[in-house]
Design a protein around this ligand. Structure first.
Ligand code: NAD
Length: 494
């Protein structure tokens, strides 16, 4: 969509007020009454308040989901009708795309040029993809002895709890809820306290599209609200995107309750490996810079570790630092901004703290390194040459616009360094040598290996976390199975 600054500006100050939860097809006030402020990262100003859901609020949403599931209003709706409903939802997201994008940017600070495609754009594509998929799945008949008919049914799992982060709430919320709804489940979704507004709006649009009451519920709140979902015996599947620390906690909650399957998509520290034979150094450096500085590095697959071969190291670093310095950081609602705001004040402080730790560890700050003093939360695109492969800046996820740089001699060392963290989410390789590219795809421990590009995946391919980046995947046709259970009908026919 071509972005029109005048239309964006007309939406940027729309009053929002006190938001409610969307439960059982309607806006509901809190039973407990606690509220949280929504601070806009672009300006640092409060723009709305959210319910900090109490246990009773969350339980009400789970009960509504359970009721709607058992009633079969969605789970037993003819697939063709479910499909038509999700198509209508995709169309409504597209109808309101600019409004949703601006709302989301006010909430989490992503630059609008990225948010328009990554948020409403990908959410609409995701709902459409799973709408198209939902009547393309058959059960199975297994090869039994004569006289027995063995049928494998795929059933909706029941109530799906979804807990999502703040960096791309609509996109990730859709990655969870679209396959879950397509499979016939009812959903209780808890957005991050730092980015809830677009998902509340999504719930309203789902209702407008004809998703029956109680089937898609959104409750806002902090981790405590997520904990109620995760501990509930009435939630059949839990799907989560966020940090490893919280993911670990959720596995405990599942063990402490009903053993619900827990699908975890977690953090990353993704290596971007540039070989001397990569081609046009300036062009590769520009793309490598986008791969970390877009959305201020607040991207799970951000290429946050740059590995450069000796022979081109100095020249490549000159290009990367220039690209960092030239990145236009500013008002996320300005069409010209290439990098918007940092999501929260806490995240801004975390960026500064990482730079300070890097300095203390003997790492060298080559570009950026400090906040930009402006209203709102902004941090300069930063490049840090690591003094050791054990430096925190190499090993730990920052989730900010901070790139660590290391050099390598040969392919062997590149593979060793690339694989030397606990994460395994994404990676990139730049080389003109086809055989080397294939070898690297085999040897890199990551759920995706980009070759001569970085990013740009779509809904057809899974996003998989290897190692401690998760235990599952989002996206692709196969994701529907995360939200189904199998049942065998073992029938004597003779
Ligand atoms: P986070 O783990 O702090 O929070 C994620 C969600 O969990 C929020 O909704 C939060 O309220 C909730 N939560 C917090 N404590 C909880 C608890 N005890 N029980 C239940 N829910 C709880 O993560 P974040 O800061 O929102 O997001 C950043 C992280 O997400 C980064 O690590 C990033 O890499 C990761 N991420 C991963 C992917 C992926 O696809 N693998 C995509 C985007 C972001």
């Amino acid at each position: 969509m071509a972005l029109d600054q005048t239309r964006i500006d007309a939406l940027r100050d729309r009053p929002l007020g006190d938001m409610k939860n969307f439960i059982d097809g309607e806006w509901r006030s809190s039973a407990g009454g606690d509220r949280m402020d929504v601070t806009s990262p672009g300006t640092g100003a409060p723009i709305a308040t959210l319910i900090d859901s109490s246990e009773a609020d969350v339980e009400t949403a789970i009960a509504a989901a359970r009721r709607s599931f058992e009633a079969g209003v969605w789970s037993r709706m003819a697939p063709a009708q479910r499909k038509a409903t999700l198509f209508r939802l995709a169309a409504l997201i597209e109808r309101d795309a600019l409004e949703l994008a601006v709302l989301g940017v006010r909430d989490n600070g992503t630059e609008i040029s990225m948010a328009i495609g990554a948020e409403p754009g990908s959410a609409a594509a995701t709902f459409r993809f799973y709408a198209e998929a939902l009547d393309k799945m058959n059960g199975d008949i297994t090869p039994t002895a004569p006289g027995i008919l063995s049928l494998i049914h795929r059933e909706a799992a029941g109530v799906v709890g979804a807990i999502v982060p703040w960096n791309f709430p609509m996109m990730i919320g859709a990655w969870k809820s679209a396959p879950a709804l397509a499979a016939g489940n009812s959903v209780v979704l808890k957005p991050s306290e730092a980015a809830s507004l677009t998902l509340l709006k999504l719930a309203e649009l789902a209702s407008e599209a004809g998703v029956p009451d109680g089937v898609f519920n959104v409750v806002t709140g902090r981790g405590s609200a997520g904990r109620i979902i995760a501990l509930s015996n009435d939630v059949d599947v839990l799907t989560f995107t966020g940090s490893g620390a919280v993911g670990r906690q959720l596995l405990h909650y599942a063990a402490d309750s009903n053993f619900k399957p827990v699908h975890l998509e977690l953090g990353g520290k993704s290596p971007n490996v540039v070989f001397a034979d990569c081609g046009d150094l300036a062009a590769v450096a520009r793309q490598s810079a986008r791969a970390i500085f877009a959305n201020s590095g607040q991207v799970c697959v951000a290429a946050s570790r740059l590995l450069v071969q000796d022979a081109i190291y100095d020249e490549f670093l000159t290009h990367i630092c220039a690209a960092a310095d030239q990145t236009i950081v500013g008002d996320p609602l300005s069409v010209g901004s290439q990098s918007g705001a940092i999501g929260t004040a806490a995240q801004l402080e975390k960026n500064s703290a990482f730079v300070e730790r890097a300095r203390q560890a003997g790492d060298k700050v080559l570009a950026g390194g400090d906040p930009i003093s402006a209203e709102g939360f902004y941090f300069r695109p930063t490049v840090i040459e690591a003094s050791s492969e054990n430096s925190p800046i190499v090993q730990e996820e920052v989730f900010g616009p901070i790139l660590s740089v290391q050099r390598f001699r040969d392919e062997e060392e590149a593979v060793r360094l690339a694989n030397s963290t606990t994460y395994g989410l994404a990676s990139g390789v730049w080389t003109q040598n086809l055989s080397r590219a294939h070898r690297m795809v085999e040897r890199l421990q990551a759920g995706v290996v980009h070759v001569n590009c970085y990013g740009g995946a779509d809904i057809t391919a899974p996003l998989v976390g290897h190692k401690q980046s998760g235990n599952g995947f989002d996206r692709s046709f196969a994701a529907i199975e995360k939200y189904q259970k199998r049942k065998t009908a073992w029938i004597r026919t003779a």
